[in-house]
Design a protein around this ligand. Structure first.
Ligand SMILES: Cc1cc2nc3c(=O)[nH]c(=O)nc-3n(C[C@H](O)[C@H](O)[C@H](O)COP(=O)(O)OP(=O)(O)OC[C@H]3O[C@@H](n4cnc5c(N)ncnc54)[C@H](O)[C@@H]3O)c2cc1C
Length: 373
C-alpha cells in the first residue's frame, strides 16, 4: 500500500500533485532543489487555454484543466490568482487570418467557446487599445480563457498540502534514487538525507529527464527557452490576454503588464556556464510593440526580464502517470502546465494511490515515448 510519496519539484505540477495526494490521505514529502515556484512556473505567460491544441484528447485535457482552475477559484474565496477574463486574438496578413479562421472553426467544432468581434466590440472590452491598431472586424474572442498567477497558486497548494501534514524540503536537490527489485525504495538528496518512500512523482519540469535517468529511464525532451518582459506599473487599463500580430500581453498585477513575442524568445542566449542573457534590442522592440497597441504604455519601462525553460516531451504531449516497468515511479511533466496542472496533477495523484477510475491518462503514458527498435 502507498503511504509515503516523494514529489520531486515544487512548481505548479509538484504543488498540485502534493495538494491532491495530501487531501487523499497520503504522507507527502515535496523536495525542491531551490524554492517552490522558482523554476519555469516562476517565468511563464500562464495563459489558461485550449486554443488550437491537438489532437482531441489533448484539447479535452486542457479544457478539463481550465475547469479545474474555475472550480478551485470558486472554492477559495480569497484566491485571487485566477483571472477568467478572456483572450482577444487577431491577425495582420491574409495567411494568418486564414489560419485564425481555421483555428476558430476547429475549436467551435469541439464545442469550445469562441466568437468574432468587430473593432467597436473589442474596444468595449479593452477601451485603452488604440483603435488604429485593430482591424475593423475579424477579432477572435475566447471568453473562457484567461491566466493564472502561478506563484500565489503554488503558495496556496503547498500550504494546503502542509496543513494536511506534508513536509516541504527546499534547497536540496534530488541526486539519486535507490531502485531495487523493480521499485524505487528511497530518494537521495544533495544534503546526504535519504528519504525512504513507497512512490515517487517526477515533477521536475525541464529537469524531468534527469530525474528519470536516476531511475534508469530515458525521457526524450525538446525543451525551449522563452523570455517574458515585465513592465513597470503604469496607469493603463489591460484586463485580458491579448494576442496581437506583433506582441502577446496580459496584466501582471500591481499595474504591470507582461509582454511576450517569438522574437524575444529568439533573443535568449545561454553561455557555457549557464548564464542567460536577452538582447536588449529585442526587449525594447517588444515594449514598443506593446506601446503601439496600448498608447498608455508609453510611460512603461521594462522592469524585469525573466527567462523560462518550457518542459516539452519530444512529441509535444504531456507525459503523465505510472511507468509500467517501474510501477511506483510516476511522471507529471508537460508544456502548458499552467493550464493543465490542477486536473492532470489530480489524475496522477489518484493513480499513485490506486484510486484512478478511468483511462484518462492512457494517451499520455511514458511508454509511448520509448524508441521503437
Ligand atoms: C516563456 C513561457 C511561456 C509559457 N506560457 C504558457 C502559457 O501561456 N500557458 C501554459 O499553460 N503554460 C505555459 N508555459 C509552460 C508552463 O509554464 C510550464 O509547463 C509549467 O510552469 C511547468 O511547471 P512544472 O511544475 O512542471 O516545472 P517547474 O515550474 O520548472 O518546476 C520544477 C521544479 O523542479 C525542481 N527541480 C528540478 N530538478 C530538481 C532536482 N534534481 N531535485 C529537486 N528539485 C528539482 C526545480 O527547482 C523546480 O522548482 C510557458 C512556459 C514558458 C517558459
Amino acid at each position: 500500500m502507498v503511504t509515503h510519496v516523494v514529489v520531486i519539484g515544487a512548481g505548479v505540477y509538484g504543488a498540485a500533485v502534493a495538494a491532491s495526494l495530501s487531501s487523499r490521505g497520503a504522507r507527502v514529502t515535496v523536495v525542491d532543489a531551490g524554492a517552490p515556484g522558482g523554476g519555469t512556473s516562476g517565468a511563464t505567460f500562464s495563459w489558461t487555454n485550449s486554443c488550437g491544441k491537438q489532437p482531441r484528447h489533448y484539447h479535452d485535457l486542457n479544457v478539463a484543466g481550465m475547469q479545474a482552475h474555475r472550480r478551485l477559484a470558486a472554492e477559495v474565496p480569497h484566491g485571487d490568482w485566477y483571472h477568467e477574463t478572456g483572450n482577444l486574438e487577431w491577425a495582420a496578413t491574409d495567411t494568418d487570418r486564414a489560419a485564425l479562421e481555421r483555428k476558430v472553426a476547429a475549436v467551435l467544432d469541439y464545442g469550445y467557446e469562441a466568437r468574432w468581434l468587430s473593432r467597436a466590440e473589442a474596444l468595449d472590452l479593452e477601451p485603452d487599445l488604440d483603435p488604429a491598431a485593430l482591424p475593423a472586424d475579424g477579432i477572435a474572442f475566447f471568453p473562457r480563457e484567461g491566466w493564472v498567477e502561478p506563484t500565489p497558486l503554488i503558495a496556496h497548494l503547498v500550504s494546503r498540502a502542509v496543513a494536511a501534514g506534508a513536509e516541504v524540503v527546499r534547497d536540496d536537490a534530488v541526486t539519486g534514487l535507490d531502485v531495487d527489485a523493480g521499485a524505487v525504495r528511497a530518494v537521495r538528496l544533495a544534503s546526504g538525507r535519504r528519504l525512504a518512500t513507497d512512490a515517487v512523482v517526477d515533477c521536475a519540469g525541464p529537469r524531468a529527464a534527469r530525474i528519470a535517468e536516476l531511475a534508469g529511464l530515458t525521457l526524450p525532451m525538446r525543451n525551449t527557452r522563452g523570455a517574458l518582459v515585465h513592465t513597470s506599473p503604469v496607469a493603463v487599463s489591460v484586463a485580458r490576454v491579448v494576442h496581437a500580430p506583433h506582441v502577446h500581453l496580459r496584466p501582471d498585477g500591481g499595474g504591470r503588464v507582461l509582454l511576450h513575442n517569438p522574437e524575444v524568445d529568439g533573443a535568449v542566449h545561454v553561455s557555457d556556464t549557464g548564464e542567460t542573457r536577452v538582447d536588449p534590442s529585442a526587449v525594447d522592440a517588444v515594449v514598443e510593440a506593446g506601446r503601439a497597441l496600448y498608447p498608455g504604455l508609453r510611460a512603461a519601462t521594462a522592469e524585469s526580464v525573466r527567462v523560462g525553460e518550457r518542459p516539452i516531451p519530444d512529441d509535444g504531449l504531456p507525459v503523465l502517470g505510472r511507468v509500467v516497468e517501474l510501477p511506483n515511479f510516476h511522471f507529471a511533466v508537460s508544456h502548458s502546465g499552467a493550464t493543465l496542472c490542477l486536473h492532470a496533477g489530480d489524475l496522477v495523484a489518484a493513480e499513485v494511490l490506486g484510486e484512478d477510475r478511468d483511462e484518462a491518462l492512457a494517451p499520455f503514458r511514458f511508454e509511448r515515448t520509448a524508441p521503437v527498435h
